[in-house]
Structures are given as structure tokens and as C-alpha cells.
Design a protein around this ligand. Structure first.
Ligand code: PLP
Length: 455
């Protein structure tokens, strides 16, 4: 072990590998070490306080100091800190959590399989789709279609679903049987002069053409986030999912809704599936499931898929899948308490109420000359920076406009996320109107400060 310094920065650089970080720059850039949380605020080791306008990683839905979650974890830790669900064993918090999830999930979803992360929830969704089609005697029906810019995680399979080139480059991804279709972003993908309605039809048609080219009998499932998050906060155009779902039904293709960001109120309803009238066969969730106080994720499957899993169990003598912490009782107890808090405090009603201010301030940013588009729904949104609004020309990445705005906003006590030149907002669902104003004031000041670099 290295000699320990009394500086967090020195010890961090000496010992940690940071996910999603420029590792070559980290020794010089150093870490921002967060030490406390309070409501929608976090505080760093130097006592600087920030509004967490991204809920951490789109996840800390109830902020950073929810005592009820601490108490729920403590109670469970004192009663039964660990047990598992393998081999017919069970634990009460997992049973209650599964029941509560099925109560709020879209109709047709019938059973819950827990894991630890969003990546695992999607990874096991793929395995279940393959298992299902093998049980149904369709061994050739295995390809999964995801979307460019979609984000579904980083494991070998979920990272393959992710449609961002950086997640594939030099990791030897995607694996076989994963295909990508277009993201329905009119801003990025429309042809000159193409109306939103025509564009939406073309997006749906492109999916159908891909299915026909590959052969419908080879396509098992389609996966999408209701609102794409990490790929740039893309809100689906009207009619998109209705068209997509009709195509999927036509070719007997399963629909996996990735609710890892959208789930639990983010879009102004319990699930993104409710906001966009989606009828998935599989739904995956994580993040706000436990308000991120502890890691837990879930894959919820239709009765039909579960039926096939039972057949496989008969055939093979068991369901040979599961992780040590699937349905971990402490994580599940915290998730149950999270769901109770959403209900007791009418968090969805609150999101609907404050999102009017959030969206008003977000869309007002589009009046600035270098904001090409503002887009959002509920309490998730983004603005995209461009050199020229009419041509939607992006800035050269080397200019570092987005990261510059992110850094300036932090100087103003506001954390937002630059996804290249997209500035994303995803505050805790408990944020109030005044805090929303403070968040946007900090970002407006950052945009003012960066304006000279954008000319
Ligand atoms: N799916 C979506 C929509 C996500 O946004 C994420 C993470 O940001 C994931 C899946 C992966 O979740 P995790 O990072 O917990 O593996």
C-alpha cells in the first residue's frame, strides 16, 4: 500500500480508478470529494454546497438526507442483515417489494426478479428473452434491437445494447445478435424541412425495414428508454411509441422498457410507460427504486415469459440464474420505504406541480442564440448548445463548451451534467420552486460567463 497522505486528493489519485472519468487527466484534475448531503444539496470536503441538479447519476430521487430510509435500513440490519432467495428461501422485504411493484407496474407484468444495478437488470432481461424463445421452440429468434444513443448499462450484454460509440470502442462490443436502430430525435436526425410527423413515421418505418432485412423470425426483442437519458435526454415525438409498438406486435417481438431513469415519477407519472402509454413485456428499473440509498434493481416480466421460465425449470431441474444479492433484505427494505414515501408525500403530484416551473425555466434558455434546443418532461430535461441555430451545427469538441459550462455552474453552486454539449438536468424529485429557480439562475450565470468562448 502507498504511504498515506492526509489529503483526500492525493490518496484518491494514488488508489482509485474512477468510472466514466478521463483517467489520464485525473491526476492533474483531482477529485471533488463530497462529504455530506442535505435535502437537494451536497457539500464537498471544503464546505462548498451545491444544488445537485442531476440527483447524482439521475438517481437520488429523495435527496440526500431522508431519515426514514436510514431508519428502514437500520431496522433491517438489526433484524436480518442478509439472506438470499436461492433454493426456495425468501425474505419479507423482498416479498413486500415485489408485491408493491406489481401493484404499480403496467398491466400484464406478473413477476419480479431482483438484481443490483440497472446494467444487470437489462443483462438478465436479455437472458430471459433468449430463455423464453428457446422454451417456445424458436431458437433462431434471438436478436435484440436497441437504439443508437440509447443507454442500457455497461456489462458485456447491456453495454452492447447501449448505443454510444464510446461504450463499444476497444471493449470489443457489441456482441453478436445486438442491432441498433435510430433514436427518434428530430433535432439530430431529421432531414432538412422534414416535419415531426413525417420524421416520426420514418423512424417507425426504419425499425420495420431493419426487422424485414434481418428476418422477423430472428428478432426477439426491442429495448428502449421511454425518455432517453445519458444519450442526451431525448423526449420521444408524439406517435413514436404507438407506431413502434404496432410494428413489434406485427412481428411478435417482445418490448423491454428500460425504466432505470424514468421509473418512479421522473416523467410526471409513476413510470415512463404511463406517460407514453407503453405496454412492455419486460420492464427494468433501478436508481429511484431505492432513491439510490442502497443498490437494487429489478426486471419485471409478463406472465407469459414467467410461464416459459417455469417450463425451463421443469426441463432443466431449476432456474440456473441469480446473483448473491438478488433481493438483498436491507436494499429491499429501503426500496419498500422509498415506495411508501412516494405515496405518503404524493411525490408524483409534487413533480407534476413543480415541473411547470422547471420546464418554463428550461424552455426559456432556448431564447439564447447558441441554445439549439431545450427539451424535457416532468423533472428531466436538457439544452443543447450549437454554433448556429438554423444549421444546428455543434461546437468543435476540443472547445469543451459543455464541460466549461458544467464547471462554471459548479462555481455557482449548481451541479448539472455536460453530455458533450448537451447540458442535462435531473434534480431530486423533492426539489421546490425556489430551488428550481436557484438551479437555473446558476446555470444562466454559467452560460453568460461562457458566452465569449461561444462567439
Ligand atoms: N439503463 C438506463 C436508462 C440508465 O440510465 C442506466 C444508468 O445510468 C442503466 C441502465 C445502467 O444502470 P447501472 O449504472 O445501475 O448499471
Amino acid at each position: 500500500m502507498n504511504a498515506r497522505s492526509n489529503s483526500n486528493a492525493v490518496n484518491d489519485v494514488a488508489s482509485l480508478i474512477h468510472p466514466y472519468t478521463n483517467l489520464a487527466r485525473h491526476p492533474e484534475a483531482g477529485p471533488v470529494v463530497m462529504t455530506r448531503g442535505d435535502g437537494v444539496y451536497v457539500e464537498d470536503e471544503h464546505g462548498r454546497r451545491y444544488i445537485e441538479g442531476m440527483s447524482g447519476l439521475w438517481c437520488a430521487s429523495l435527496g440526500f438526507s431522508e431519515k426514514r430510509l436510514v431508519e428502514a435500513a437500520t431496522r433491517q440490519l438489526e433484524t436480518l442483515p442478509y439472506y438470499h432467495l436461492f433454493n426456495h428461501r425468501s425474505v419479507e422485504p423482498s416479498i413486500e417489494l415485489a408485491e408493491r411493484l406489481l401493484d404499480i407496474a403496467p398491466a400484464g407484468l406478473g413477476k419480479v426478479l431482483f438484481a443490483n444495478s440497472g446494467s444487470e437488470a437489462n443483462d438478465q432481461a436479455i437472458k430471459l428473452v433468449w430463455y423464453y424463445n428457446n422454451a417456445r421452440g424458436r431458437p433462431e429468434k434471438k436478436k435484440i434491437i436497441s437504439r443508437w444513443r440509447g443507454y442500457h448499462g455497461v456489462t458485456i450484454a447491456s453495454g452492447s445494447l447501449t448505443g454510444l460509440p464510446a461504450n463499444h470502442a476497444d471493449f470489443d462490443l457489441p456482441i453478436a445478435n445486438i442491432l441498433h436502430t435510430d433514436m427518434p430525435s428530430h433535432f439530430h436526425n431529421a432531414k432538412p424541412g422534414e416535419s415531426v410527423a413525417d420524421f416520426t413515421r420514418r423512424m417507425v418505418d426504419n425499425l420495420e425495414q431493419l426487422i424485414l432485412r434481418e428476418g422477423p423470425d430472428t428478432i426477439a426483442a426491442f429495448i428502449a428508454e421511454p425518455v432517453c437519458g445519458s444519450g442526451g435526454v431525448i423526449v420521444p415525438p408524439e406517435g413514436y411509441f404507438a407506431g413502434i409498438q404496432a410494428v413489434l406486435r406485427k412481428y411478435d417481438i417482445l418490448f423491454i422498457a428500460d425504466e432505470v431513469i424514468c421509473g418512479f415519477g421522473r416523467t410526471g407519472n409513476m413510470f415512463g410507460c404511463d406517460t407514453y402509454d407503453l405496454k412492455p413485456d419486460i420492464m427494468t428499473m433501478a436508481k429511484a427504486l431505492s432513491a439510490s440509498y442502497l443498490p437494487i434493481s429489478a426486471t419485471i416480466v409478463s406472465d407469459d415469459i414467467h410461464e416459459a421460465m417455469m417450463e425451463q425449470s421443469r426441463k432443466h431441474g431449476g432456474f440456473a440464474h441469480g446473483v448473491t444479492y438478488s433481493g438483498h433484505p436491507v436494499c429491499a427494505a429501503v426500496a419498500v420505504e422509498t415506495l411508501k414515501i412516494y405515496e405518503d408525500r404524493n411525490i408524483i403530484g409534487h413533480v407534476q406541480e413543480v415541473s411547470t416551473r422547471f420546464l418554463e425555466r428550461l424552455h426559456a434558455l432556448a431564447e439564447r442564440p447558441y441554445i439549439g434546443e431545450a427539451r424535457g418532461v416532468g423533472l428531466i430535461g436538457a439544452v443543447e448548445l450549437v454554433t448556429d441555430k438554423a444549421s444546428r451545427t455543434p461546437f468543435a469538441p476540443a472547445l469543451g463548451i459543455g464541460p466549461g459550462i458544467q464547471a462554471k455552474a459548479m462555481e455557482n453552486g449548481v451541479i448539472v451534467r455536460a453530455l458533450r454539449d448537451v447540458i442535462a438536468f435531473c434534480p431530486p424529485l423533492i426539489i421546490d420552486r425556489q430551488q428550481i429557480d436557484m438551479m437555473f439562475d446558476g446555470v444562466e450565470k454559467a452560460l453568460d460567463a461562457m458566452e465569449p468562448s461561444m462567439q
